[in-house]
Structure formats: structure tokens, C-alpha cells
Design a protein. Structure first.
Lengths: 111, 111
DNA sequence: AGGAAATATAACTGAATAGTTATGCATTTG
DNA sequence: CAAATGCATAACTATTCAGTTATATTTCCT
């Protein structure tokens, strides 16, 4: 229980899965269509797709006997936003550091 | 050999390493300081730091006998940008799809 | 100089995981 | 309806990897 769920960034920590996501940015694709881009087996692809599904990054529509996968843009955006926030926060602290150093320099100039 | 090098997103695919990055957004920290936030051993932390270094996400300055780690904001930003680009590209294709559907609807309206 | 502190590396272990082949299950088609 | 197609799951294997303990290295302190 409470096994930490697969997060988008966990899922994106694999090159093959990032490639799948890249392919899906070009629009929905069936499993067979995705398969053409890879050398590994179809079950291997299905496993990657399941992981991406569990992370919320993709979803699919059944169309006849095919499964057409599509990107969940909101979830991808969330992952990007998380990293951007980290960067922004870091940047902000850098600014603060700069101000502090400036203040120190000013004080030293005073003295 | 050409063993695929560790990319930032590979390195970020681990919760503990994301936590390390989060801590470093607050400013540089020595290994001992980082250690306080974790329950695992010091060598485990050193291994995570090495992976983050190999990915280019962090670097450190030797200060006496301590190593003060700091975030490499540009690399973190690169990772974020990659995901943002994926999202943007997907979004663009969605727009195109929307236009196509609009065009089809317009044609059907004509007929 | 000798001991303690801070960190890295080495060697090992267990668990997670990416791959495999075999099989099951719908759905379409002849 | 029988065969074939598209995909998922099961069961297994090999490798990766995150953790461990033990040790080495450098620097600081007395």
C-alpha cells in the first residue's frame, strides 16, 4: 500500500517513454503506429504506455480494435511547471543573494 | 561504449534527487546540511549528488573540507524548456486540428 | 604529529524495472 | 463462423540501481 504513485517526472525519466511522448506531440497514434518507431517488442511498448497512463501523461480512445493514444497536455504542462517553479525560486534566491552582496558592498563602501 | 549519458530528466526521475534539487533552490548547501533532510546514509547521498553532477544539474565548490553544492540553473531551465517545447508543439498541433475541424464544419455548412 | 570531521569511493545486496516469449481477449474481415 | 488483427497481460529473466557497510582521502584542530 501507499506505494508512492508514479509521477509524471518518474515516467519521463526513461528515454523510450520520452520518445513516445515526442511522437504523440504530433497527434494521436495507435499502438501499431507508435511501434514503427521502436525496435523493442509490442508488449514492451504496451508496458511503457501503461506507465505513461498511470502517470496521467497519456490516455487513449478505443477505435474498433485499435487504441488511439493521445497526450494529456495539462499533465505534461504540470511537469514542466514544476521544473520552471524550481528554476524561478532558485533565480529569486539568486537575486536576493545579489542584493545582499550589493548591500554588503554598500556598507563596506560606507565604512 | 557510448553508454547513453545521464540526462537531466533521467536524473530527475527519482524523488530523492528532486528533493535535493528543491533544497538547493534555497541556496548552496554542504553535504552535511543536505544530509539533515534525509534518513538514508551519507554515501547514498553522495551517490545521488554524483548522478546530479553527471547530469550537469549541480556543481560544488570546495570550502575547506566541505563541499558546497549549488544548482546549475541553466541546466534545470533546459530540462523545463524541453518539456515546455513538447507541450507547445502538442498545443500547436491541437490548434491545427481545431482549424481543420472548423474548415470541415464550414465546408459542410456550405454543402 | 595525531585525532576528528567532511566527503567520496569500493564492494556488495536486494529490489525495481525494462526487456523477453507466450497467451488471452476483443474486434474485424473473409 | 473461422481466421486474422490489435493490444494487453502473465510469467519469467537479466540488468540497473538505490541502498548498505567499510574504507580511503583531505582538511581542520589541538
Amino acid at each position: 500500500m501507499t506505494a508512492t504513485p508514479t509521477t509524471p517526472l518518474d515516467a519521463l525519466g526513461d528515454y523510450s517513454r520520452r520518445r513516445i511522448i515526442e511522437l504523440l506531440t504530433d497527434g494521436p497514434r495507435t499502438v501499431s503506429q507508435l511501434q514503427e518507431a521502436f525496435t523493442f517488442s509490442q508488449p514492451a511498448l504496451s508496458k511503457h504506455l501503461r506507465i505513461l497512463r498511470n502517470a496521467g501523461l497519456v490516455d487513449y480512445d478505443r477505435i474498433g480494435r485499435t487504441h488511439q493514444y493521445r497526450l494529456r497536455g495539462d499533465i505534461l504542462h504540470n511537469a514542466a511547471s514544476y521544473l520552471l517553479q524550481l528554476h524561478a525560486f532558485w533565480n529569486h534566491k539568486l537575486d536576493a543573494l545579489g542584493s545582499t552582496l550589493d548591500a554588503i558592498a554598500a556598507e563596506e563602501g560606507d565604512a
